[in-house]
Design a protein around this ligand. Structure first.
Ligand code: ADP
Length: 289
């Protein structure tokens, strides 16, 4: 079982007046090759859940298994390797840049893994290529002289350079302009499809989720409300609304069209499906199209 989250709960500042139960009996299985989206409004427990995947937080109750290894049980090499197979890009990762040069920043992780200097260089080159930063032009520059979007790319490159089997992205596009956002999501999609990296991405954008994910987990008040294929999750409008989320825009549009009297199927994940649904409904009405 690749990643198994088994009935975990997490309480911040336990036994203080500020005690907060951020996760409440959450169970989740992520299979190899999955693209899992974690959705939910702010404060629903998404980041807390993500931080359990590489052992940054320990559950107060329950277990996290990576490739069959309980990552909170022992501190041996096997456990360390299991934790290391999960690369986590935190929210606003550019805030964690700290080295003098872009090269040094991206190289930090691979060096810690004990790779040779030529392997490190190769990893940095590949990672910079992935985020479309020219190696020769940028390697010696300070990351702090870059634009916000470029800094984000350096931070992501630092995780890509670790070649994680599982890549966790906590709202990777937050604060990016629309073009950069699309660009980054395309890259993540490529990583998933071409490199077969298992992706776990926090997002509350249902449009992105509909286009990318094969599984969606909806969190609400520390609880996992539903975990299923996007189409099945979107069919539960009540859960989506309770969780403070919106249906994908194409579904909102189809719902409006239905309200206007066209008996159209509302379930659709993208524009092409929405168009097909509309054509089917029109043809049922005898309109040739
Ligand atoms: P999300 O990622 O969905 O926005 P979080 O996992 O960050 O949610 O937070 C879940 C709950 O835990 C929230 O009520 C939040 O205020 C609380 N919380 C998060 N981090 C901490 C912390 N370090 N100390 C205390 N409470 C926290």
């Amino acid at each position: 079982m690749p990643i198994e989250i088994k009935d975990i709960s997490h309480i911040y500042m336990e036994k203080t007046p500020y005690e907060k139960k951020a996760l409440n009996n959450v169970s989740l299985i992520i299979n190899d090759g999955d693209f899992v989206a974690i959705a939910g409004h702010t404060g629903s427990g998404k980041s807390t859940l993500m931080q359990h995947l590489n052992g940054l937080l320990n559950p107060n109750k329950g277990k996290v298994f990576i490739d069959g290894i309980d990552i909170n049980k022992k501190k041996d090499k096997q456990t360390l390797n299991a934790r290391r197979s999960v690369g986590v890009v935190f929210q606003y990762p550019e805030q964690q840049l700290f080295e003098e040069s872009i090269f040094a920043d991206i190289a930090f992780g691979p060096r810690n893994f004990g790779l040779s200097e030529s392997e490190v260089e190769q990893r940095v080159k590949e990672a910079m290529d992935f985020v479309e930063l020219d190696y020769e032009e940028y390697k010696d520059k300070s990351p702090f002289l870059l634009s916000g979007g470029q800094m984000r790319r350096v931070a992501i490159a630092g995780i890509i350079a670790l070649k994680p089997k599982y890549l966790v992205l906590d709202e990777p596009t937050a604060g990016l302009d629309p073009r950069l956002k699309q660009n980054l999501l395309q890259k993540v999609k490529k990583l998933h499809q071409k490199e077969h990296v298992t992706i776990i991405m926090v997002s509350h954008n249902m449009d992105d989720i509909a286009l990318l994910a094969n599984k969606v987990a909806v969190m609400n008040q520390g609880k996992l409300m539903i975990y299923d294929e996007p189409r099945k999750v979107f069919a539960h409008r009540d859960i989506i609304e309770q969780a403070g989320l919106l249906e994908p825009e194409v579904m909102q549009l189809l719902r409006k069209i239905k309200e206007y009297g066209l008996d159209v199927e509302v379930s659709a994940l993208n524009k092409q499906e929405a168009l097909n649904n509309i054509l089917v409904a029109l043809r049922k009405r005898g309109i040739k199209c």
